[in-house]
Design a protein around this ligand. Structure first.
Ligand code: ZN
Length: 146
């Protein structure tokens, strides 16, 4: 397998778009869940706030991040992806994301089920950066299980 070029990831349209226009950047002060994560190895930080609707579904998400492009883009994409889900559905989505990033080559059904998030599978070619793509999702999982 030929190793890709990291620049290729940074130039990916979906990733670039989220990097330049992060979704849901406003902090939600009256959120139901507050989640914060740090990856000390590359200085990435993720802050998430989740506000639930009366039906128990994610109604509003706040995302603020610092650090590398992969971290920032993933956090922004996560903030879009979990809207409208119940917390257990969000946990299952996180599970699928982890499965895409870790272990053996992800099957096409898995990639398809992840939609835009699938572009991040390219990061697999850069093992040291996988943690950058996982930080937001790990932060979410920690927050959901606590
Ligand atoms: Zn990073």
């Amino acid at each position: 397998m030929a190793l890709g070029n990291l620049d290729e990831i940074y130039r990916d349209d979906v990733i670039l778009d989220h990097r330049r226009n992060p979704r849901n950047p406003d902090r939600i002060d009256d959120a139901d869940r507050f989640m914060d994560g740090v990856n000390p190895f590359c200085g990435d930080e993720i802050h998430l706030q989740i506000k639930l609707g009366p039906n128990g579904r994610v109604m509003q998400v706040g995302f603020q991040g610092e650090g590398c492009s992969i971290n920032q883009a993933t956090g922004s994409m996560l903030s879009e992806a979990i809207k409208g889900l119940t917390l257990s559905e969000a946990a299952r989505l996180s599970d699928r994301f982890h499965r895409m990033m870790e272990g053996s080559e992800p099957p096409p059904e898995l990639l398809n089920s992840l939609g835009d998030l699938g572009v991040l599978s390219k990061v697999r070619d850069f093992p040291v950066r996988i943690k950058c793509a996982l930080l937001a999702w790990s932060t979410l999982e920690d927050g959901l299980s606590s």
